[in-house]
Design a protein around this ligand. Structure first.
Ligand SMILES: Cc1ncc(C[n+]2csc(CCOP(=O)(O)OP(=O)(O)O)c2C)c(N)n1
Length: 324
């Protein structure tokens, strides 16, 4: 933690709270039927998203998953535009045509997808582009423990290792793929061990400890920017909510949920900040209030934006309007 200033720590705190409160509000509004489509929230995984993205440049690429709000907020999205996209409105990142699982922001090189396992080869492509252009940008792929059993995981790691691509593989092990526990889907105890198959470093970190994530990722970024190639980082965390909003979660036990709530990443980080002696509860309360205002402003912005026009439905599907 040596190189993190008070300002940086407060920035991390604010982002984590912004993600948590945003997801809470979106869950509420979704429950009232005001947001179209499915909804996968990232509640509980804030330390992973912030520990990774807080140290990326706008020119570094992030390819994320169907559970991408946290990563996008951490990467620095304009919250108004992101919220409008979730609401399916014209002012959204993709003019309201993508929705919650298809959030693209070229200004900060962010993409996500509902296709499980898609992030890894996409990030490999961005990493290859950075390498060929001679920049020292990196590309990060977020993916779940379920996606780690997809072929794309192995193919991307193989190529990234072989070509020494500046790609960082971030496995968000939130314990479940829909309702299937990780133990029921792979015989490998730690996904970090799989890095050995491709001769690259594999690191396991406490994904509910934002500083632990930050430090592991910092080392991986330095390695990648310096031409050392990819790293796999497995972040052990917990999906506090269901797979999707409306999931009855009958596959979780009360005891396990209580145990994980004790390890809540925001509570732990708050305790750590307050124990330093130079950060007060009052300062954190001020940030909490700012966050609340930002979220309400974004929701208002989204609600006031018009729906996309029906006659524009087929625009933006192909580059330059597509083929004849
Ligand atoms: C290629 C593909 N296969 C299956 C699905 C259906 N599906 C959606 S989410 C999901 C589970 C993903 O689990 P994980 O990768 O652990 O991510 P998490 O939901 O835990 O964040 C599956 C199987 C899909 N969307 N895409």
């Amino acid at each position: 933690m040596a190189d993190l200033s008070k300002e940086q720590l407060l920035k991390m705190y604010k982002k984590m709270v912004l993600i948590r409160k945003f997801e809470d509000r979106i869950g509420e509004i979704y429950g009232k039927g005001a947001i179209p489509g499915e909804m996968h929230l990232s509640t509980g995984q804030e330390a992973v998203n912030v520990g990774v993205c807080i140290q990326l440049r706008p020119t570094d690429t992030v390819a994320a998953t169907h559970r991408a709000h946290g990563a996008l907020i951490a990467k620095g999205v304009n919250l108004n535009k992101m919220t409008a996209e979730l609401f399916g409105r014209e002012a959204g990142l993709c003019k309201g045509k993508g929705g919650h699982m298809h959030l693209f922001d070229p200004s900060i090189k962010f993409s996500c997808s509902g296709i499980v396992g898609a992030s890894m080869p996409l990030a490999a492509g961005a990493a290859l582009a950075a390498k060929r252009k001679g920049t020292d940008d990196v590309a990060v792929a977020f993916f779940g423990d379920g996606a780690a059993n997809q072929g794309t995981f192995h193919e991307s790691m193989n190529l990234a290792a072989l070509w020494k691509l500046p790609e960082i593989f971030i496995c968000e092990d939130n314990q479940f793929g829909i309702s299937v526990r990780k133990e029921a889907s792979t015989s490998v105890i730690s996904n970090a061990d799989r890095a050995a198959s491709y001769g690259i470093p594999g690191v396991q970190v406490d994904g509910n400890d934002v500083i632990a994530v930050y430090e592991a990722v910092k080392a991986a970024i330095e390695r990648a920017r310096g031409g050392g190639g990819p790293t796999l980082i497995e972040c052990k965390t917990y999906r506090i909510k269901g797979h999707f909003e409306g999931d009855p979660e009958v596959y979780k036990t009360k005891e396990e949920q209580e145990e994980w709530l004790k390890k809540d990443p925001i509570k732990r980080f708050t305790d750590m900040l307050l124990s330093r002696g130079d950060i007060t509860q009052g300062e954190l309360n001020d940030l909490d209030r700012d966050v609340k205002n930002e979220i309400e402003e974004a929701i208002k912005f989204a609600e006031e934006s018009p729906w996309p026009k029906a006659e524009e439905a087929l625009e933006d599907v192909f580059v330059n309007g597509g083929v004849d």
